[in-house]
Design a binder for this molecule. Structure first.
Ligand code: SF4
Length: 325
């Protein structure tokens, strides 16, 4: 099965991205995976601030490699290095009704949300980003895309575009890619809100043991627990939410110790920090070993783009023939 997925280059990733990447790593076994850094998508909302783009691409790539993506097995590349995405996007734009784009649920939400933050994204590029996404997927004739529930409308849009192309040009060129719905653990930020670098409430995937501890130390616990021996209420505690993700095998014991007041919050946090560190340590080590070989990392990107381009250019040849251009 050919699988495609991508991420916007936001720089260093946080532990909220880890389960997405673990899923990508699992999918590498027995599938033909294409993973790309979608730098053109980053421009749809960040067109006015590109100073960090190249740096962010590199940092994210190192996190991917640290998480275990294998460039020998998967095709790893940067979107803007395979121009066929742009050509297919342009050709699709000729027959995609505006109303399809305007009704994508995230369009109006993001327009409003980013508008309130003072960002003008009432642009042609932003309206068209689901179509660029469809081109990203279809240019590789991908069979499946790992997605969360919130991205299903984008995939349905992509399937509609494929159907319309096949119907208009009387071809079976494009498959209708299926959703690979994955159970992704949602990890809240250290203040309980959605984890995001812009909220400064994240724990970086590459965090050192000391950085992990400093972040965990700041987490809010059960406010009713004043003294170390007070009985606690784990269900209202953010540290407990994290234990549910990182300390599954010790969860019952942590819960009852908290309720009995036999464990203090500092000790409980130290256990959590150690657990997070045990997950991040191999990621950090792999990352550091790749970071020490910048030339090799550069080669991965060049080789990945070559591999992707070979397939994308074959598709484009068939697209042009079908459309008569
Ligand atoms: S002991 Fe642990 S679970 Fe209980 S309130 Fe303190 S930090 Fe939270």
């Amino acid at each position: 099965m050919r699988i495609l997925s991508g991420m916007r280059p936001t720089g260093r990733l946080h532990i909220g991205h880890l389960s997405v990447l673990e899923n990508w790593v699992r999918l590498q076994q027995g599938n033909d995976c294409f993973y790309f850094i979608s730098d053109w998508h980053a421009l749809t909302t960040g067109y006015d601030d590109t100073a960090e783009l190249k740096h962010n691409i590199r940092e994210m790539l190192l996190d991917w490699l640290g998480a275990g993506l294998d460039p020998e097995v998967s095709t790893i590349f940067v979107q803007s290095q395979v121009k066929e995405h742009a050509e297919l996007h342009l050709l699709f734009s000729m027959f995609t009704p505006l109303s399809w784009l305007e009704r994508v649920p995230t369009y109006k939400d993001q327009l409003q949300q980013l508008g309130q933050e003072g960002k003008d994204i009432s642009t042609y590029g932003f309206l068209g980003y689901p179509l660029l996404m469809a081109a990203d997927i279809l240019v590789y004739l991908a069979d499946a895309v790992p997605v969360g529930e919130d991205q299903l409308p984008h995939l349905e849009f992509c399937r509609e575009v494929a159907r319309r192309f096949n119907y208009l040009y009387q071809t079976q060129l494009f498959p209708e890619p299926q959703a690979l719905l994955s159970q992704i653990a949602m990890i809240p930020g250290i203040d309980g809100r959605k984890m995001s670098k812009s909220y400064h409430n994240d724990i970086a995937m590459s965090a050192t043991p000391e950085e992990i501890w400093q972040r965990v130390r700041m987490m809010v616990t059960d406010p009713a627990r004043i003294h170390k021996n007070d009985p606690g209420h784990p269900e209202v505690c953010l540290v407990h939410t994290y234990h549910e993700i990182f300390s599954k095998e010790e969860l019952e014991e942590i819960r009852s110790s908290c309720r009995e007041g036999s464990i203090g919050c500092v000790a409980c946090k130290k256990r959590l920090a150690a657990k997070i560190n045990s997950v991040l340590e191999p990621v950090r080590e792999r990352r550091a070993s790749w970071a020490a070989k910048p030339r090799l990392v550069e080669e991965i990107i060049v080789e990945g783009a070559d591999r992707a381009r070979r397939l994308a250019s074959c598709t484009m040849q068939r697209v042009r023939e079908a459309m008569g251009v």
